[in-house]
Ligand binder design. Structure first.
Ligand code: HEC
Ligand code: HEC
Length: 316
């Protein structure tokens, strides 16, 4: 696990897992084999960011360092904008370095970009603010919204991303960007079957009821919550069954990427997302309208689970 940077408590748990990251990375190369290689790629076929801790000197290096800390420990360093129990690096694994885990180096060279989600060309700053709004549920935070444009911590995060992307070509879709697109499952995905996959492969870390596991002081999480009030909200990309399935197949169980079958990855993603979580911040009192406008994709928003309409939220 040499190359995997995680918070200390997680490192301990992760160290118990046998599969070395290097081997895991090798397995993933196949996925992207047909994409053009960029100059400066390592043997893995993916862009290699500068080594951990090898920061540039001077004020810029300080900004990079702060950006990394914001990204890995968002709770401590940008907690006023976070309304759940997550850190950015929970879904962008290895401090945003890991290929196929939406790595930051691949994102950096791809913006500004048009996004269907908001129907205009987004700057990187806006993209980051979007992850605060949805993945980090900013509306439930002390401030109540994502950092305003121009807030210095956004510049620090961009400095970190820019540094990770050193040598990568701008404007190319780099191998390893985002989460690898999955084939359709052999059978339609099913939360019922997914419940068993979850119990067998995930509950040990994420808890029987998806609530995650707290650190010893109870303030943060060693294993992040997958649903409920401390997880991402109904507007986050991860609430889509296809996006969660792709992330899970390539990254979970932690330390055993690519170990689930295609069917199991889809089923467990369906199970995880067939639970309530903080409401969609775009919803202004009319769930059916929000459903029609923003949820025409693979998700359970507006469906019923345990007699309750999903999307009505968890109180924050
Ligand atoms: C060995 C412990 C472990 C196991 C087992 C495990 N995870 Fe995770 N999971 C983690 C950790 C730790 C993170 C955060 C990664 C980080 O910060 O580097 C995470 C992150 C996630 C995330 C993104 C963050 C969030 O809270 O939504 C999802 C989704 C997820 N896991 C789903 C699953 C599913 C589904 C399974 C079972 C197939 C699973 N995990 C098995 C430890 C584990
Ligand atoms: C709950 C999981 C989750 C958390 C937490 C999270 N993100 Fe993301 N992020 C995603 C998903 C999903 C995508 C879309 C990836 C895809 O579709 O391939 C994404 C995409 C991105 C992208 C664009 C990637 C690209 O290649 O276009 C950036 C930049 C980003 N996130 C930054 C952040 C920052 C900064 C934070 C913390 C403030 C954060 N994310 C927290 C899930 C998360």
């Amino acid at each position: 696990m040499r190359t995997l940077y995680l918070q200390p408590a997680v490192t301990l748990a992760a160290a118990l897992i046998a599969m070395p990251l290097a081997a895991a990375q090798d397995k993933r190369v196949d996925y992207q084999a047909e994409l053009p290689k960029s100059p400066g790629v390592g043997e893995s076929g993916y862009h290699v960011p500068p080594p951990h801790g090898d920061y540039p000197k001077g004020p810029f290096g300080e900004a990079v360092k702060r950006g990394e800390a914001l990204f890995t420990d968002t709770q401590t360093n940008a907690g006023e904008y976070v309304g759940n129990g997550l850190n950015c690096a929970n879904c962008h694994v290895d401090a945003g370095r890991l290929a196929n885990s939406a790595p930051l180096w691949a994102a950096w060279v791809a913006y500004p970009a048009y996004r269907k989600k908001n129907d205009h060309v987004n700057s990187m700053e806006e993209r980051i603010r979007g992850c605060f709004t949805y993945s980090m549920n900013a509306k439930g935070s002390k401030v109540g919204h994502a950092p305003e444009p121009g807030t210095p911590l956004l510049t620090d995060m961009e400095a970190y991303m820019y540094w990770l992307a050193k040598g990568a070509p701008t404007g190319e879709k780099l191998p390893g960007r985002g989460y690898p697109k999955l084939d359709k499952p052999p059978k339609p995905y099913s939360p019922e079957r997914g419940a068993k996959v979850y119990a067998d492969n995930c509950a040990i870390c994420h808890g029987d009821t998806g609530q995650g596991r707290h650190t010893a002081d109870g303030k943060g999480y060693v294993f992040p919550p997958l649903w409920g009030k401390d997880s991402f909200n109904w507007g986050a990309g991860m609430h889509r069954v296809n996006t969660a399935a792709a992330f899970i197949k390539a990254n979970m169980p932690l330390g055993k990427p690519e170990s689930l079958s295609l069917q199991d990855a889809w089923d467990v993603a369906a199970f995880v997302n067939h639970h309530d979580r903080p409401s969609d911040p775009r919803e202004k009192g009319d769930l059916a309208d929000t459903d029609a406008k923003f949820h025409k994709h693979q998700c359970y928003y507006g469906d019923k689970a345990d007699g309750k309409v999903l999307g009505t939220g968890t109180g924050n």
